[in-house]
Write a protein that binds this ligand. Structure first.
Ligand SMILES: [Ca+2]
Ligand SMILES: [Ca+2]
Ligand SMILES: [Ca+2]
Length: 228
């Protein structure tokens, strides 16, 4: 009997010893690490304009306002056509009468007429400086490079065209006023009587206006005003 108790005691002590050495412990359950969720979707479209490539300066203008009585010419042009010296851009390249002995540029204004009258082209720039036969170069870069029929002279290269241009990248911004005057200082001019002229304006390589007007001796008309 006593031995049996000793055996039980020994078994109990063995069990305790086994527990003590088994490393029994309560396992803490950790939450699994939060999964990283990769959100995929459409890439955002960058709507910002691409950076300027530089090198090309684009000059644009408002639609010109024209004087009463001025007819807007619905000029037609044909790519590849011969350019005639007529105050119109016949070949659609944005230059008026190239090859006729005067220059184009970011601004070009050309006056043409079909009679022996002495018409004069005046352009007032944003600095209020007027370019014409008596003042053919402005501080703004504007030039009158072809005068015609001055006091009825036939000495000039082409007797029926006048031209003003700015050929720098950035002509001054502001208002440009285009005026035509019929010089009546001598019978040689006024004998031509009322004369219908053609006038075209190109800005930034585009024709922004082409006009006809019938002008009388001694008359002055502010044909068009535009802003750049
Ligand atoms: Ca042309
Ligand atoms: Ca032409
Ligand atoms: Ca003239």
């Amino acid at each position: 009997m006593r031995n049996r108790r000793l055996i039980h005691l020994a078994n109990a002590l063995g069990a305790l010893a086994l527990l003590a050495t088994s490393g029994c412990y309560v396992r803490t359950h950790h939450r699994p690490p939060t999964a990283r969720v990769r959100v995929s979707g459409n890439a955002r479209v960058n709507t910002a304009p691409p950076p300027s490539s530089g090198g090309t300066v684009t000059v644009s203008a408002s639609s010109p306002t024209v004087a009463s009585g001025v007819t807007v010419v619905e000029a037609t042009c044909t790519q590849g056509a011969a350019e005639v010296c007529n105050g119109l851009d016949d070949n659609c390249n944005g230059q008026i009468d190239e090859g006729c002995g005067f220059q184009s540029g970011n601004i070009q204004i050309t006056l043409a007429w079909p009679t022996s009258a002495d018409l004069d082209l005046y352009v007032r720039d944003p600095n209020n400086e007027q370019i014409y036969y008596g003042h053919n170069q402005a501080q703004s870069g504007g030039h009158l490079d072809q005068d015609a029929r001055g006091a009825c002279s036939n000495d000039q290269v082409d007797s029926n065209l006048e031209n003003v241009y700015w050929n720098q990248d950035n002509p001054p911004p502001g208002a440009y006023q285009v005026t035509v005057q019929y010089w009546d200082g001598a019978r040689c001019s006024t004998a031509a009587g009322p004369t219908t002229f053609t006038l075209s304006i190109a800005v930034g390589g585009q024709i922004i206006g082409a006009y006809n007007y019938t002008i009388s001796p001694g008359q002055q008309v502010d044909v068009a005003t535009f802003q750049i």
